[in-house]
Structure formats: structure tokens, C-alpha cells
Write a protein that binds this ligand. Sequence first.
Ligand code: 6PG
Length: 234
Amino acid sequence: MTVALEVVEDPAAACAELMLATVAAGGDIVLTGGSTPRVAYSRAAGADGDWSRTTLWFGDDRCVPPDDERSNFAMAKQALLDPLRARAGEAGSPAVRRIRGELGEHAAADLYEQELRAAGSGRFELVLLGLGPDGHLASLFPDQPALNERSRLAVGVEQAGLQPFVPRVTVTLPGLALGRQIVFLVTGASKAPAVAAAFGPQAGPDPHVPASLLPPLADNITVLLDSAAASELP
Ligand code: 6PG
């Protein structure tokens, strides 16, 4: 239930450190998409580490081919997976559980649901998340039915609430809450209102601000912020 707000000089470096600590312990990581985490992924890929005991999952993806520039998998492949494979070869690389968005949102969500359940609920040591300017997390957008899902771990999202306006697959709030450590990586002044609305002292669970719905379901949430993203906090 508690949310730790950490304003740090270099959120990407702090996030990379958390990833490397998780990898050193052989834990799994649920990756976030978007643009903010790219630098953190590159930093983590460039540091020493044996990723062979880690499995990488995705908190959401767009229903596009895996080599499409809008794909979260494509971003992670370029920033993290390919550099790791180039440095450590297949043997030293993590297993990857990609969301097969090209199958369509509902078929892909059903498949991912099965994979998540097969992994067992204790697997997700670190869940990484971003925050949209509208307060969305993963592909859980304001006022959408997916926010009410409390039994499935993954669902299809027919209409994205922000660009790219393609169908999505997203891990649900109870799925994200399985993370032993849940870390939001949020930078830039454009996110400051959403940070205050989701995590500020006046914030409470509000479907208009999806990220505000996670703290009641999860312990151990940390929000890594730069000063610009924290600028509307007291
Ligand atoms: C996605 C992401 C999404 C992202 C936020 C923030 O598929 O778009 O998973 O939840 O984390 O939109 O994105 P930026 O980091 O690009 O601002």
C-alpha cells in the first residue's frame, strides 16, 4: 500500500541498478514499454551481469509485428536483448516471454495469460512500469473496462487511449501487483500532473487515473522520478 517517491538525479541509472540486482539474484523482470526506459535498458545491457537465470516478460505490448517500430518488444530488443546477446551469447542471455500481439489482442492475451499462470505467481521479482500523461500504466487506460479485471492476469485492449492507437495486450492490475518490487520510471515535466494525481498526498483510487488504482492492490511500489516529473508534488 505504501508508495515510495524517490527523486533522483539519474532515474535511468537507478532503474538499471535495480534490474542488475534482480538479475544477480536470478529473478524475473517484467519490462515496460514506451520511450523512457530505453536508456535504462541500454545501461543495464552495458554492465556486467549473468542474465541466464532471468526471464524477461512484458507488462504490455501493441498488437503489431515484433519488428514494428511501435512494438515494445522491438524497443527492448534493440536497447537490451540484442546488446546482451552480442556480449554474452545465447548461453548468457535471458529467456524472453514475448506478447504475441500479431495474433490479435484477445488471442494474444489468452496465450499470455497461460504463460503467466504457468510461471507461478512468485516469479516476478521486479515489475517495471511507465506512467502516461493521462495516468495510464501498461495499457490500462482511463475509465476502460480492463481496470475492473480482478481475476485474469492479462487481457486484450481493443482501443488504446493514447497513441499508437492500435489494439493492445496488457497485464492487469492484479497481474502487475504480483511483482515483489514494483518500480515506476517517470521523467519530464509533462508527467508531473499525472504523478501528483496518481501518487500525491491528495491522490486516491480513481479510474480516471489508472496508476492510482495499483497502490491498494500492491505493496512495495517505488516511483523513480526526476525533479521535473516531481515538480507538482508538495
Ligand atoms: C506503452 C507503455 C506505456 C508507457 C507510458 C509512458 O505500451 O506505451 O507500456 O504504459 O509506459 O505510456 O510512456 P513513455 O515512457 O514513452 O512516456
